[in-house]
Design a protein around this ligand. Structure first.
Ligand code: SIN
Length: 324
């Protein structure tokens, strides 16, 4: 009998894409091949003793990721992680929003085994496709008993869900962990760990998972950006527009250390006075201010897109996104 399972969940992306020209892969359709097709032909038997099980959870270009797919993915991850013989999960995903999905799962799953999201920058039929190597590396990583937590693996580099950010539009090694640096590398099929594995998030628990596993309206949270010439018109319009889905929270992508144009700030304060939860982040993804320069309003270390997820979860479950 095999010692355990790795479950591979497919969601689409370039890793499952097809280009009409195998050399010029600038134009292609993402999310064309199913997960079984991506696994077929990989030297899985040589890589791991573990049984590989696959499941197609979605088939989308990840720019179109939505809350319903996240909910479905969470339900399936939770299902598989509850099985004692599951040694790890691998999730294939598009690169464009992989960092958001990774952060969402980091906050909502008690991942005591590896949950590895992987992707590709070239479609599956490119002359030198990167997806097969990334998938193989992810299977190797997911089978290692000492690894735990939600992470992203691309081009041999392993990033934590908290820090990972797509930093380049076409390089194969498209991701950065910023100042924190990567968790490690997969070199010639061997893991070189650089940092401690991320601890599963203890803040969100059974209550949150239950709430998220039901079909529901997610709290609406929008992102507004501060920039030269910014004003409050967008915020005022959001507050004024009658909607079946009223805004409950705003994430501000501020400048530098989280500063905001004074005209925008006034509108944000008006929104806050109407009960809207406002949190401040920075457009600059590097260089956390030293403690003496920190502004207590600002959530440091989370991109605006991840802070939006944190605020949605806070509104849903009543916990504090700043505590991360
Ligand atoms: C996507 O995010 O689904 C398309 C782009 C990619 O995977 O690189």
């Amino acid at each position: 009998m095999k010692p355990g399972k790795i479950v591979v969940l497919g969601t689409g992306g370039t890793i499952a894409g097809i280009a009409s020209n195998r050399y010029d892969t600038s134009r292609y359709e993402a999310a064309q091949h199913g997960i079984d097709h991506l696994l077929s032909g990989l030297p899985v038997q040589e890589l791991t003793e573990l049984e590989i099980i696959s499941e197609q959870v979605a088939q989308i270009d990840s720019k179109d990721m939505d809350h319903q797919v996240w909910r479905q993915l969470l339900v399936r991850c939770h299902h598989w992680l509850s099985q004692p013989d599951v040694a790890g999960l691998v999730i294939t995903h598009g690169t464009d929003t992989i960092e958001e999905t990774a952060y969402f799962l980091h906050r909502t799953l008690a991942a005591r085994v590896p949950v590895v999201l992987t992707c590709a920058m070239r479609p599956a039929n490119a002359l030198l496709a990167d997806g097969p190597q990334n998938l193989v590396d992810s299977l190797v990583l997911a089978s290692q008993p000492q690894v735990k937590g939600v992470m992203v693996l691309c081009a041999g580099t392993l990033h934590s869900a908290l820090d990972v950010q797509k930093a380049h539009a076409w390089r194969l090694d498209a991701f950065s962990s910023g100042d924190a640096g990567p968790l490690g590398h997969l070199v010639h099929g061997r893991l070189r760990q650089a940092r401690a594995w991320p601890e599963p998030d203890a803040l969100i628990n059974e209550v949150a998972r239950q709430a998220l596993s039901e079909p529901m309206q997610w709290p609406r949270v929008e992102i507004v950006t501060s920039h030269a010439g910014a004003n409050g018109a967008l915020v005022d319009a959001l507050m004024a527009s009658p909607s079946t889905e009223p805004v409950r929270g705003l994430v501000v992508a501020g400048t530098g250390g989280g500063t905001v144009h004074q005209a925008l700030l006034s509108a944000l304060q008006r929104a806050q006075a109407q009960g809207i939860r406002v949190i401040y982040t920075s457009r600059s993804c590097r260089g956390m201010p030293t403690s003496s320069l920190r502004d207590q309003r600002v959530v440091y270390g989370l991109s605006p897109a991840k802070a939006r997820i944190a605020l949605m979860l806070e509104l849903l479950c009543n916990f504090d996104p700043v505590a991360e």
